[in-house]
Design a protein around this ligand. Structure first.
Ligand code: NAD
Length: 261
């Protein structure tokens, strides 16, 4: 299915692309196809060659290293946005991380350090990125992040990441409430399981992936392209009446409590 959206006068920053499987890249592809100019931030110089490869030959793109937990990196990143674009229409936060130790054992045993890291990287960075973006965002601006249903129901081993995603969803509502007066919307996309680098670090992800597909009303998992399509809707004026929401793209898996054959 293709929907024609013209974003040729728009600009976007996508934070959190590691490779072609990243959900951030699936979103960027839709923005680029609609003519949007897109800047990318990536964490650590080891990801630079991959980003250079992905963006090669794509008009209107640029890349910059930024650890989202570093105020200095964020200051430099948004200065670059101002220099390249002058303003910002869309901000995509596609960042999540929890130390593996926090996802292997019991939730009860979560250490303060692992808690702080998971919530800082996976939830607080949405707040800090939005604050840096605020002076550059215009009426009609839109912010989107990525969450997961383990915020609402227990998913074994997801542990502190479930808490971090609950914080991200709550932060989305608070940000939407404060930025609404400027005509800026903030939403988060709750994606079903997708095979990405971040997913590989979740113990038992393969089983979770199969089970989600079996229980979903559509009998399959949603795809990264479908995440990109929802992001395009929420970022562009197609979603102009939607803000503060957690919107699911999971082939319906989250509505099921159990499937009786
Ligand atoms: P990914 O590994 O491709 O992307 C995660 C990105 O986060 C990477 O680019 C990584 O470099 C970046 N990152 C981590 N710490 C960072 C930091 N301190 N500063 C800057 N960047 C940092 O995996 P993905 O699955 O595309 O993840 C993107 C988002 O989607 C995450 O928020 C993830 O929780 C969410 N999500 C993923 C799934 C799934 O099944 N893959 C499902 C629902 C939600």
């Amino acid at each position: 299915m293709s929907v024609t959206v013209d974003l040729s006068s728009k600009t976007a920053l996508v934070m959190g692309v590691a490779n072609a499987r990243s959900l951030g890249w699936a979103i960027a592809e839709q923005l680029l196809a609609a003519g949007c100019r897109v800047g990318f931030s990536y964490q650590g110089e080891r990801l630079k060659p991959e980003l250079e490869k992905l963006t090669a030959g794509r008009d209107g793109t640029w890349i910059q290293q930024a650890d989202a937990t570093s105020e200095d990196d964020l200051t430099a990143l948004f200065a670059r946005v101002r220099d390249e674009f002058g303003h910002l229409d869309y901000l995509v936060h596609s960042i999540g991380f929890a130390p593996r130790t926090a996802m292997e054992g019991r939730f009860l045993d979560t250490t303060p350090d692992d808690w702080n890291t998971a919530l800082n990287v996976s939830a607080y960075t949405l707040v800090s990125a939005a604050r840096h973006a605020e002076p550059l965002l215009r009426e009609g601006g839109s912010i989107v992040s990525l969450t997961y249903h383990a915020s609402q129901q227990v998913v074994p081993k997801y542990n502190v990441m479930g808490v971090a995603k609950a914080a991200l969803e709550a932060a989305t509502r608070y940000l939407a409430s404060e930025l609404g007066a400027a005509g800026v919307r903030v939403n988060t996309i709750s994606a079903g399981p997708m095979r990405t680098i971040a997913a590989r670090s979740i113990p038992g992800f393969g089983t979770m992936y199969e089970k989600a597909a079996q229980s979903a009303p559509l009998g399959r998992n949603a795809t990264p392209e479908e995440v990109g399509g929802l992001a395009l809707f929420l970022l562009s004026d197609l979603g102009s009446g939607v803000t503060g929401q957690t919107v699911y793209v999971d082939a319906g898996a989250s509505i099921m409590s159990m499937k009786v054959e």
